[in-house]
Write a protein that binds this ligand. Structure first.
Ligand SMILES: [Zn+2]
Ligand SMILES: [Zn+2]
Length: 381
């Protein structure tokens, strides 16, 4: 049974045993209803070796501060359940934060929210903090007179540089995006630029979300694509800047730019992606966090997926048990994959038609001009 969430010092009875000696540190995003410290007992119940949580309501600008008493309970529970808050916990920032916003006033509001989150981390002695970098909203930057396609990344870097000066130790972890709309950091080139703009790059890290990467066009569903991605990561970002992974399958196909998480093995990434992940030595020791859709009870859903990830460690591609498990999970996700694939095809067709129309308009106009010129010439003659 999971612990009662509203009671302080609730005794957690682990439903899933924590693989405390595992080099691969799998965990999940856990709830904090009733108090931030409840996340710790929720994490141990699920067998998490690492976990994510919100530090305040992610859909509100302001929340009451964390009291000294709650912070103490949080730290005590971390000690009791052997979570090192400097390395094992990766809070997720508010969704409102947009550090690429070209509007100065709105950017400042985001910055204040980010700084508040970071201060909450330090109050809880948490050493890592993850957030979505934001979007330029397709608007021109109010600061830059010249058109600068990297204005969003520059604004983000400005915010990070200032936030680092105003905090003491927390490492700010920027997550990669699905390459949708005008979001920054949908590709590794944005991260490459970002790190060149930082005053203290050691205080910043990268979180790679497997679903977002796939949606942005990086094919992590097979060994070739997996290795290609990490080679590019080493070249453009550097493995020392990798702070964590979000471990999610994808409901939508490769390059669809859709941020749609799926349960492991049921999406287009397939269980093979997570087998490669579970056996990649470069990922040892960093938080590897599930954000997959919860099926049934949170307490069992994430607990089972953590056990699945641990089961994949050391597993070979041709292992009959692995093959059977992959097929079983693919069957479960078939309907959603088919729906999403047809949506993506329709979107591509609509886009192509719009492009063709624009192209033919262009030719129409240019032939009109030619005709007008011809008529003019005839008249002159
Ligand atoms: Zn994520
Ligand atoms: Zn996502």
């Amino acid at each position: 049974m999971p612990p009662k969430k509203s009671k302080k010092n609730a005794i957690a009875v682990p439903s899933f045993e924590r693989a405390i000696n595992s080099k691969m540190r799998f965990g999940a995003h856990v709830g904090m209803a009733g108090g931030v410290y409840n996340a710790v007992t929720n994490a141990i119940t699920l067998g998490c070796n690492t976990f994510a949580l919100f530090l305040k309501s992610p859909r509100r600008w302001e929340s009451p501060p964390i009291t000294d008493e709650d912070a103490k309970t949080f730290k005590d529970l971390c000690e009791k359940y052997k979570y090192n808050p400097r390395t094992d916990i990766l809070p997720h920032g508010s969704y409102f934060i947009n550090m690429a916003n070209p509007d100065d006033e709105k950017w400042k509001k985001s910055f204040d929210c980010l700084l508040d989150d970071l201060k909450r981390c330090e109050k809880l002695n948490i050493g890592l903090y993850n957030f979505h970098p934001g979007s330029t909203l397709g608007l021109a930057d109010t600061k830059d007179t010249a058109k600068d396609e990297n204005a969003g990344v520059r604004r983000l870097a400005d915010g990070l540089n200032t936030a680092i000066k105003e905090t003491n130790f927390v490492r700010i972890v920027v997550e990669n995006m699905a390459g949708h709309g005008n979001y920054v950091c949908g590709n590794l080139d944005d991260f490459n630029l970002l790190f060149t703009l930082l005053d203290d790059p050691k205080r910043v890290g990268v979180c790679i979300d497997t679903c977002h990467s796939f949606a942005a066009g990086y094919d992590l569903s097979n060994e070739n694509g997996w290795n290609k991605f990490w080679t590019e990561f080493e070249e453009k970002v550097g493995i020392e800047n990798l702070a964590s992974l979000h471990v999610n399958d994808s409901m939508a196909p490769l390059g669809a730019n859709r941020d749609l998480h799926q349960k492991l093995g049921q999406g287009f990434l397939t269980l093979e992606c997570f087998r490669l992940l579970a056996n990649d030595k470069r990922l040892e020791g960093i938080p590897l966090i599930l954000e997959t859709p919860i099926e049934g009870k949170e307490e069992t859903s994430y607990g089972e997926e953590i056990k699945l990830l641990e089961w994949l460690v050391g597993r070979k591609k041709d292992d009959p048990e692995f093959i059977a498990k992959s097929e079983e999970l693919q069957k479960l996700g078939l309907k959603i994959r088919e729906e999403q694939a047809s949506k993506f095809e329709k979107k591509k067709t609509t886009k192509r038609k719009a492009e063709e129309k624009a192209e033919s308009k262009k030719t129409d106009i240019s032939s009109m001009f030619k005709k007008a010129k011809r008529v003019k010439k005839e008249e002159d003659e």
